[in-house]
Design a protein around this ligand. Structure first.
Ligand code: Z5A
Length: 213
């Protein structure tokens, strides 16, 4: 049995369905009477919501990549100490939409910033809070983009305006990083029907829930 709660993260390119699967997971856990804390990056705290607006604002097109990297790290550091760590210490299940792997995938593989620099910054920002499990929703960026266009009314934000090859690199980044940590990352085929994706998630999640008090 574990001393503390569980920390589960959902990752993937935009439109991969990670938020949809996160919501299904939260409902599934709440049905089991678990205390669930649902959060996201960027913007999981009041301060973080301000950082999120800076990061996604289309008026900030010329943002320097290092500035962008540090804003994500700043958001994460506050988020971990304010929300994630206290919840895990209480024994709750924390479900987070994106975390440190997003920074490696987007700012590292996507933007081309040095991976070592990002790993060091992530190391500081997470204060030792490593997810127990990260679900990576994997899919072709062209299909993901079509999905978003079909369902979304509002204009794309600053990052969503990136070209397809950027998202190809981000996807490659996720898959490369997942291969290096197979015990902590589960890659799911996000192109399937939502119910089928969730069935696979449940199969991986259930043994982990047995380790909770
Ligand atoms: N970012 C970064 O660069 N570095 C970092 O360190 C961090 C983040 C933490 C904000 O993320 C941006 O920040 C993001 C990465 C960057 N930007 N980009 N580009 P966000 O998580 O807030 O936003 P998002 O990635 O754009 O997520 P999203 O809009 O919530 O999309 P999603 O979670 O991947 O998908 P979804 O909302 O679940 O589904 C999208 C649509 O598809 C929706 O209408 C669903 O009904 C539909 N859907 C979902 N699943 C399916 C299936 N299986 N079949 C068919 N249709 C489906």
């Amino acid at each position: 049995m574990r001393e503390k709660g569980l920390f589960i993260v959902f990752e993937g390119i935009d439109g991969s369905g990670k938020t949809t699967q996160l919501q299904k997971t939260v409902a599934f856990l709440e049905e089991r009477d678990l205390n669930v804390v649902v959060t996201r990056e960027p913007g999981g705290t009041t301060l973080g919501a301000k950082i999120r607006s800076l990061l996604l604002d289309v008026d900030n097109q010329g943002m320097d990549p290092l500035c962008e990297l540090m804003l994500y790290a700043a958001d994460r550091s506050h988020h971990v100490t304010d929300t994630i760590e206290p919840a895990i210490s209480r024994g709750d299940v924390v479900i987070c939409d994106r975390y440190a792997l997003s920074t490696l995938a987007y700012q590292g593989y996507g933007r081309g910033l040095p991976l070592d620099t990002i790993r060091s910054l992530n190391q500081m920002a997470i204060h030792g809070c490593v997810p127990d499990l990260t679900f990576i929703l994997d899919m072709d960026p062209i299909v993901a983009r079509t999905r978003i266009a079909r369902h979304r009314a509002q204009e794309p934000d600053r990052l969503e305006q990136e070209k397809l090859d950027f998202f190809e690199r981000v996807r490659h980044g996720y898959l490369t990083e997942a291969r290096q940590a197979p015990q902590r990352c589960a890659v799911m085929d996000g192109a399937r029907r939502p119910e089928d994706v969730f069935q696979s998630i449940k199969e991986i999640l259930e043994p982990l829930l047995c380790t909770l008090r």
